[in-house]
Design a protein around this ligand. Structure first.
Ligand SMILES: Cc1cc2nc3c(=O)[nH]c(=O)nc-3n(C[C@H](O)[C@H](O)[C@H](O)COP(=O)(O)O)c2cc1C
Length: 216
């Protein structure tokens, strides 16, 4: 049985990013896979410490040598058959937690001898889910399409079949009751409508993405 993982890089375990990832894993489970959702917020871990153990001659394994709470997660997902990484957009980038994860997951798989090869122990597809407050049109105008291309492309090159995969979930609801927050720039009614109409469609896309991972 295939094992498909999702990693939630939002500090919130039950909000937009988590929900989309749950849909992706439901798709994978319905297609016959075993699934697991990992919340990074539960783990105390650091980013790359630049120790270069992963580049040392005779010692590099394709895996990060630094030992902390992320180590077991990296071992587990790198033995799996697919990974979906979900992150909210924070200040036009991935969350800090997501960046730390990526450094530890990607850097050991990157060869300093030959950029065209991969040091990854095993190949498996990796997709990225980006959830964000801005509507789709604004996300395009702000250059998010280009900005969030690098990590899916790198993942596809180092771990996958060369074809980058990502899903943008735009215009997300940030709190359940907008009237209780200083958030005058946002239209609560519009947000509620998007949540009712667009968000379920985004979850459907995630469901199909998860299912597609089982047949790769
Ligand atoms: C610190 C912080 C920074 C944010 N920066 C952005 C941003 O630059 N662009 C954007 O579209 N949304 C931004 N957002 C909104 C979140 O990306 C969005 O609501 C996301 O769906 C939240 O994911 P979650 O519900 O899983 O936590 C920000 C939210 C926070 C808390």
């Amino acid at each position: 049985m295939k094992k498909i993982y999702a990693i939630n890089c939002s500090p919130r375990k039950n909000w937009n990013t988590a929900k989309v990832l749950e849909s992706a894993l439901k798709g994978a489970a319905d297609a016959g896979a075993e699934t697991k959702l990992i919340h990074l917020v539960d783990l105390k871990f650091s980013g790359c410490t630049s120790c270069f153990a992963c580049k040392r001659k005779g010692a590099s394994t394709g895996m990060c040598a630094f030992n902390d709470a992320l180590t077991a997660v990296l071992e587990e997902v790198c033995g799996g058959d697919g990974l979906i990484i979900g992150t909210p957009v924070y200040f036009g980038g991935e969350t800090g937690m997501c960046r730390n994860l990526i450094e530890r997951l990607f850097f050991p798989a990157l060869s300093y001898d030959d950029f065209s090869i991969s040091m990854a122990k095993k190949r498996f597809p990796i997709a990225f889910v980006y959830t964000m407050n801005v509507p789709e049109e604004m996300s395009k105008n702000m250059g998010y399409t280009e900005r969030f291309r690098l990590l899916p492309e790198t993942a596809a090159r180092l771990f996958g079949d060369g074809k980058p995969e990502s899903l943008f979930v735009c215009d997300t609801v940030q709190f359940s009751d907008y009237s209780k927050f200083h958030a005058g720039r946002f239209d609560a009614e519009h947000k509620a409508k998007v949540r009712e109409t667009q968000f379920p469609q985004d979850c459907d896309k995630a469901y199909r993405l998860g299912a597609s991972f089982v047949n790769k």
